[in-house]
Design a protein around this ligand. Structure first.
Ligand code: UD1
Ligand code: CA
Length: 458
C-alpha cells in the first residue's frame, strides 16, 4: 500500500485522462445534466478537467451519455482539444471507459480515470495516483477510509498488496466489514490498459461491467496493483443537491484557507464566499458577509467591507469597497478609489482616488482620477434599446441627485450642481446647472398658517 506523499510536479510521462460523465443524475431532479451543476461558480466537470490538466494530462477524453451536447460543449470549453465519446447504453464503469478505445489505443504512458461527479479531487491527489505507474504498477486505485462504507467497493488487501475490489452488492459479510473503500478513480499503465479492460465481464450482482475488476485481472496477467490512500473529502461524490451543497461547503473551506495562507485577512471566513477563480493580493481585508462571483481580482491592501457582492471586477490596490456595494462585470476600480454603500458599478472605470460614496448607479462610464460623485447620482445609460457612455473628467465634481443622460461628457474639473438633469456635454472647468430655478416668497408660510388656523376655529 502506498501512502500519499507525492507533489503535483509534472512528470515527463504522457497521460490520457478519461473523464466519465455519462451518468443520468436523476437524483438531482434537474433539467440540467448533473455534471453541469456548479460549485464555486464552475461546473463540476470544469473542476475535474482543470485538475486533470494541472496534474499533467496531455490528452483528455470525456465519455458522455446520449443527447449531451451541453456536456460536450462544456468539456471542450475547459479542455481544448478534448475528445468526446458517447456511451449509448449505461452498462457500467468498465464499459464507459472502453468508449474511449480510440484514445486508449494510442498508448499514452499513463491513463487516469476520473468521474465528473467527483469534483473535489485535487491535482496533488491525481499526481499521487499516477506515481506508482512510473514504478511499474499496472493499476492504481484511489482508496479512502470511509466513515460509512455502505455502497462503496471494498479494497481487498493481502500482505499490504491490493488484490481485488469487491462491490458492496457482491461482498460477503466479512468483506463488508472492511472500511478501506474504493474512491472510484483509477490509474492504469497505458501499454497494458486495453488488454486489461477488454477482459472485464459482467457476471456480477448488477450485471454491469465493473471497472474495479481491473485489479484482479491485472494480477492474473502477472501485473502489480497498488492503492493510494487519500482523505474522504477528495473522493466526495455528488448525486443529489444535498451532496452538492456539501461539496460547496468543502470547496469554500479550501478557498478560504488558501486565501488566508496567502496573506488575506478574513474577519469571519465562514461568511465569505469565493469563486474558484477569485484572486486576492496580500493584505487584502475582507469583512464578514461578502460574496465573490466569477472573475474578481483584488490587489494589495484593498478593503472589501461587509455585505458587498462582486462579480467580474478588478479592484486596484488600497481601494475600499462597500459596505453594501455591488460591483458588476467590467467594474474597474482604481488605486485608492472609494465605492461606498448602496452603489452599483457596471462596465465602468473608476479612476485613481475617485469617490463614489453613496446611493449611486454608474454604468457604461469612465470616471477620471480624483473625481467626486455625489450621493444619488445616476448615469442614465439605457433608453430601452441601447446603452450609452458617460465620461467624467479628472477631478470633476458631480453634485448629489444628478442624472447624467448618456451619451454625455463632463469635462475635467467641471462642476455639476445638485439635482441637475444633464443632457448636454459640460466643458472642462465649467459649471452646469440643469434644474428649476428656486423661487422664495418671504412670509408666505407664516401667512398661510395663520389663515388656515383662523378658518379652522370658525
Ligand atoms: C463506483 C465503483 C465503487 C466505488 C464508487 C465510488 C465501480 C464498479 N464501482 O461505484 O467501487 O466505491 O464508484 O463512488 O466502478 N458512469 C458512466 N457510465 C456507466 C456507469 C457509470 O459514465 O455506465 C459514471 C457515472 O456517471 C459516475 C461514475 O461513472 O460518474 C461512477 O458510476 P456509479 O454508477 O456512480 O458507480 P458506483 O456504483 O457508485
Ligand atoms: Ca457513485
Amino acid at each position: 500500500m502506498t501512502n500519499a506523499s507525492a507533489s503535483p510536479q509534472e512528470t515527463a510521462r504522457s497521460c490520457l485522462a478519461i473523464v466519465l460523465a455519462a451518468g443520468e443524475g436523476t437524483r438531482m431532479r434537474s433539467g440540467r445534466s448533473k455534471v453541469l451543476h456548479e460549485i464555486a461558480n464552475r461546473s463540476m466537470l470544469g473542476h475535474v478537467l482543470a485538475a486533470v490538466q494541472d496534474a499533467g494530462a496531455t490528452a483528455v477524453a470525456v465519455v458522455v451519455g446520449p443527447d449531451s451536447e451541453m456536456v460536450a460543449a462544456e468539456a471542450t470549453r475547459h479542455a481544448d482539444g478534448a475528445e468526446i465519446f458517447v456511451q449509448r447504453e449505461r452498462l457500467g464503469t468498465g464499459h464507459a471507459v472502453l468508449m474511449a478505445r480510440d484514445a486508449l489505443q494510442r498508448e499514452e504512458n499513463d491513463v487516469i480515470i476520473v468521474y465528473a461527479d467527483t469534483p473535489l479531487v485535487s491535482t496533488v491527489t491525481l499526481a499521487q495516483l499516477r506515481e506508482p505507474l512510473a514504478r511499474g504498477a499496472a493499476v492504481v486505485s484511489l482508496g479512502f477510509e470511509a466513515r460509512d462504507p455502505t455502497g462503496y467497493g471494498r479494497l481487498i488487501l493481502e500482505d499490504d498488496e491490493l488484490v481485488d475490489i469487491r462491490e458492496h452488492k457482491d461482498a460477503s459479510e466479512a468483506e463488508r466489514e472492511i472500511t478501506l473503500c474504493n474512491g472510484g478513480l483509477m490509474a492504469l499503465r497505458g501499454d497494458v490498459a486495453l488488454a486489461i479492460l477488454d477482459k472485464i465481464g459482467n457476471a456480477n450482482a448488477k450485471g454491469e461491467y465493473y471497472l474495479t475488476d481491473a485489479v484482479a485481472i491485472a494480477r492474473q496477467q502477472g501485473h502489480r496493483a497498488a492503492v493510494v490512500v487519500v482523505p474522504e473529502e477528495e473522493v466526495h461524490g455528488v448525486n443529489d443537491r444535498a451532496q452538492l451543497a456539501d461539496a460547496e461547503r468543502m470547496i469554500q473551506g479550501r478557498l478560504r484557507k488558501a486565501a488566508m495562507v496567502s496573506g488575506v485577512t478574513l474577519v469571519a471566513p465562514e461568511t465569505v464566499f469565493f469563486s474558484h477563480d477569485t484572486r486576492l493580493g496580500g493584505d487584502v481585508l475582507v469583512e464578514p458577509h461578502v460574496v465573490f462571483g466569477p472573475g474578481v481580482t483584488v490587489d494589495t491592501g484593498a478593503v472589501i467591507h461587509s455585505f458587498s457582492h462582486l462579480e467580474g471586477a478588478h479592484i486596484a490596490a488600497q481601494a475600499a469597497i462597500g459596505p453594501f456595494a455591488r460591483l458588476r462585470p467590467g467594474a474597474e476600480i482604481g488605486v485608492k478609489a472609494k465605492v461606498g454603500n448602496f452603489v452599483e458599478i457596471k462596465n465602468a472605470v473608476v479612476g485613481e482616488g475617485a469617490k463614489v460614496n453613496h446611493l449611486t448607479y454608474v454604468g457604461d462610464a469612465g470616471i477620471g482620477a480624483g473625481a467626486n460623485i455625489g450621493a444619488g447620482a445616476i448615469t442614465c445609460n439605457y433608453d430601452g434599446f441601447s446603452k450609452y457612455r458617460t465620461e467624467i473628467g479628472q477631478g470633476a465634481f458631480v453634485g448629489s441627485n444628478v442624472s447624467l443622460v448618456a451619451p454625455i461628457r463632463i469635462g475635467a474639473g467641471a462642476f455639476v450642481g445638485s439635482g441637475s438633469v444633464v443632457t448636454e456635454d459640460v466643458p472642462d472647468g465649467a459649471l452646469a446647472l440643469g434644474r428649476g430655478r428656486q423661487v422664495t416668497k418671504a412670509g408666505w408660510a407664516t401667512a398661510f398658517r395663520e389663515a388656515a388656523l383662523a378658518a379652522k376655529k370658525k
